[in-house]
Ligand binder design. Structure first.
Ligand code: SAH
Length: 398
C-alpha cells in the first residue's frame, strides 16, 4: 500500500473544504509538493493539523485530486465504494424503472461523492469512465462493488487519461459477455445506436435528454430545423419524431454522416428526406446566407473547445460570434437553442454572450426557457461548476 500524504490547506480555503468542496487544487495547499503517486490517499488538515477531509491524488485538467470523505475514520476500501454506489443506484431508481428510457448516468463523479469517475447504464451494459490514473488505481474495489450491487450483461470502460489527459484507445471490455455493437437503447421511446467498443464518444450524450424531449414535444412540429455540431444527429432525430417539416444536420466529422443515417433509420424515419451535411459549421453558415436559407429553429451545441483545419473554436471566446451567425439565418419568431458544456463560465456569463450577440445584430430577443443537467447527472451545491450544462431557448423577435 502507498503511504498516505497529509496536505495542509491554506486558511482562506479551510471553510470551503470543511463545508464539502470536493476538488483538491494546488492553490489551496501550503508548500505544495507534487511528490505523491496517483491514487495516494490524501489527508487534508488545517494549519493546526486538525483533520478536514480524506481524498486521493488523481490529476485531471480540473485539479490535483478529489475528496472522498469528511470522516477521519473512514477507510477507502471496497465497502466504502459499495456504500457510495448503493446510494447512487438508489437515487436512479426512477430511471431503472422507466418503461421508455434505458440509458442514463448512474454515477456522476463528485455529485455522487466520487470525483474522477462516471458510470453510465445502457440497457444492461455498464460503462465506466476513469478520468485519472488515480481513480483507476481503485478499479478493483470499484468494479467489485458494482458486481456486488447490480446485474449486468457486461461492463465496459474508457480510460480518459494519459499523460496529456486524453483518452487511451484500447479494448474497452472489462467483464461479462461481450456485446455485439451497436446495441439499441431507448430514450423517451426513441432508439439510439450505442457503440461501447469504439471511442470515448459512444453515440449519444445523455446530458441533453431533457432538451431533446422538449424539442420533440413542444417545438418541432412543422418546423424547419438546423442542427449544428450534430454528431450522430440526436437532436435532429427528436425533432423529426416531433414532426419537424425537415431537419438539416451539420458536422465536420466524416463519421457523422453514417451515424446520423443510422439513427434516423433506427426510428423508421426516411433519412433521404433530411439533409445530413459533413462540413465546417462556419462554412455552412456562409453558404446558408449566400443561398438565403432561413430556419425556424437553429440548434447550437458546440464543444467547449475544437480545432479544425483552419481554426480553433473556444466557447468562451467565440460563442457570441456563433450566435450572430445563427441569428442571421433564423426566421423572425424562430427559436435558437443555445447550448454549452463549458465549465469555465456560468449561466450569467452565457446570457451576456447572448445579449451581446443580439445587440450587435440589432435584433431583439426573448429568453423562453432554460435547462441544465438532468436529474441523473447529480450535482452538489458545494461545487456549482459541476453543473456545467447551460441550454437557453431564445426567441428571435420581429
Ligand atoms: N450536439 C451533439 C454533440 C456535439 S459533440 C449531440 O447532441 O449529440 C461535438 C461535435 O462537434 C463533434 O461531432 C465534432 O465533430 C463537431 N465539430 C467540432 N467542430 C466543428 C466545426 N467547426 N464544424 C462542424 N462540426 C464541428
Amino acid at each position: 500500500m502507498k503511504k498516505d500524504v497529509t496536505l495542509k490547506v491554506k486558511s482562506k480555503f479551510v471553510n470551503k473544504y470543511r463545508s464539502g468542496y470536493p476538488l483538491i487544487s494546488k492553490e489551496a495547499i501550503i508548500h505544495f509538493n507534487d511528490g505523491a503517486e496517483e491514487g495516494t490517499i490524501i489527508r487534508l488538515v488545517d494549519e493546526k493539523d486538525k483533520f478536514i477531509a480524506k481524498g486521493y491524488v488523481g490529476k485531471q485538467n480540473k485539479g490535483y485530486g478529489w475528496t472522498l470523505s469528511r470522516n477521519e475514520n473512514e477507510q477507502i476500501d471496497q465497502s466504502f465504494f459499495v456504500k457510495k454506489l448503493k446510494d447512487a443506484i438508489k437515487y436512479r431508481e426512477p430511471f431503472y424503472n422507466s418503461p421508455d428510457t434505458n440509458a442514463f448516468r448512474v454515477v456522476n463523479g463528485e455529485g455522487d461523492g466520487l470525483g474522477g469517475l462516471t458510470i453510465e447504464y445502457f440497457d444492461g451494459y455498464y460503462l465506466i469512465n476513469w478520468y485519472s490514473k488515480g481513480i483507476y488505481h481503485f478499479r478493483e474495489q470499484i468494479i467489485n462493488a458494482l458486481k456486488e450491487l447490480v446485474e449486468f450483461k457486461a461492463i465496459y470502460q474508457k480510460k480518459r487519461f494519459d499523460v496529456s489527459g486524453k483518452y487511451i484507445e484500447e479494448d474497452d471490455f472489462v467483464l461479462g459477455e461481450r456485446g455485439s455493437f451497436p446495441i439499441i437503447v431507448k430514450e423517451n421511446g426513441v432508439n439510439f445506436a450505442i457503440y461501447l467498443n469504439e471511442s470515448a464518444m459512444v453515440g449519444v450524450f445523455l446530458d441533453q435528454r431533457d432538451v431533446r424531449k422538449r424539442i420533440r414535444d413542444t417545438y418541432a412540429a412543422g418546423k424547419n430545423v438546423l442542427n449544428t455540431f450534430s454528431y450522430t444527429g440526436a437532436f435532429s432525430v427528436f425533432a423529426a419524431v416531433g414532426g419537424a417539416a425537415k431537419t438539416t444536420s451539420v458536422d465536420l466529422a466524416n463519421r457523422s454522416l453514417n451515424k446520423t443515417i443510422e439513427q434516423f433509420s433506427l426510428n423508421e424515419l426516411d433519412y433521404n428526406a433530411q439533409d445530413i451535411i459533413v462540413e465546417d459549421v462556419f462554412k455552412y453558415f456562409k453558404y446558408a446566407v449566400k443561398k438565403q436559407l432561413m430556419f425556424d429553429m437553429v440548434i447550437l451545441d458546440p464543444p467547449s473547445f475544437a480545432r479544425s483545419k483552419k481554426m480553433v473554436f473556444s466557447a468562451e471566446k467565440d460563442y457570441k460570434n456563433l450566435l450572430k451567425e445563427a441569428i442571421s439565418i433564423t426566421e423572425d419568431e424562430g427559436i435558437i437553442v443555445a447550448s454549452t458544456n463549458a465549465s469555465s463560465f456560468n449561466m450569467n456569463k452565457f446570457k451576456s454572450f447572448i445579449d451581446m450577440a443580439f445587440k450587435e445584430s440589432n435584433r431583439r430577443y426573448q429568453l423562453v426557457e432554460e435547462f441544465s443537467l438532468p436529474k441523473d447527472f447529480k450535482t452538489i451545491k458545494e461545487f456549482p461548476e459541476g453543473n456545467y450544462l447551460k441550454v437557453v431557448f431564445i426567441k428571435k423577435l420581429r
